[in-house]
Design a binder for this molecule. Structure first.
Ligand code: ZN
Length: 157
C-alpha cells in the first residue's frame, strides 16, 4: 500500500491533457493500486491519475466504499437528465460548489487487461464519471460552479 501525494489546484499538472494508455505494465498496475489506496485514505469517491501527477487516462471511482471501479481511457457515450448539487474534489480541499451534471451517464472504458467494457451510472456515480473524466482533459469542477465556491463547513450549515 502506497499513498501518493495529491496535487492541489494551482499545480500545472492538473490543467494538462492526459495521454491514452496503450499498455498496462507492472508500473501501471502499481499506479492503479496506489490510486485506490490514496483515494480511500483521503476518503474521496474518485481520483484521476493527474491528481497524483501522472498524465495518463486512468481514473478510479468508488461512490459506496464497496464498489471499486477502474476506468482506463474512458469515454462518455451517452448522457441524459440533469442533477444539481454540491461537488468537491480532493485537489480542492475544504471547498465545495454547486454543479449541474447529467443524472445518467454511460461510459466505455478499458479494464486492467485493456479489455473494453461499458458501465452506466446515475446520481452520484454519474456525477463522478463526469468529474473524473474531465480531470483527464485538464479540467476542474470549479470551472463549472454555479455561484461561489464555498468552504465545506459553511455549505453544511
Ligand atoms: Zn476531482
Amino acid at each position: 500500500m502506497a499513498i501518493r501525494n495529491i496535487r492541489e489546484m494551482g499545480d500545472a499538472v492538473l490543467n494538462k491533457t492526459c495521454k491514452e494508455v496503450k499498455e498496462v505494465t507492472g508500473r501501471t498496475k502499481m499506479l492503479i493500486q496506489d490510486m485506490f489506496d490514496t483515494m480511500y485514505e483521503a476518503q474521496g469517491v474518485g481520483l484521476a491519475a493527474p491528481q497524483v501527477g501522472i498524465l495518463k487516462r486512468i481514473t478510479v471511482i468508488d461512490v459506496t466504499g464497496e464498489d471499486p471501479i477502474l476506468l482506463i481511457n474512458p469515454v462518455i457515450l451517452e448522457t441524459s437528465g440533469e442533477q444539481t448539487g454540491n461537488e468537491g474534489c480532493l485537489s480542492v480541499p475544504g471547498k465545495t460548489g454547486v454543479v449541474t451534471r447529467p443524472n445518467y451517464v454511460k461510459v466505455r472504458a478499458y479494464d486492467e487487461n485493456l479489455r473494453p467494457f461499458e458501465i452506466e451510472g446515475t446520481e452520484l456515480l454519474a456525477r463522478a464519471f463526469c468529474h473524473e473524466i474531465e480531470h483527464l482533459d485538464g479540467h476542474l469542477y470549479v470551472e463549472k460552479v454555479e455561484g461561489e465556491l464555498m468552504d465545506v463547513e459553511d455549505a453544511e450549515e
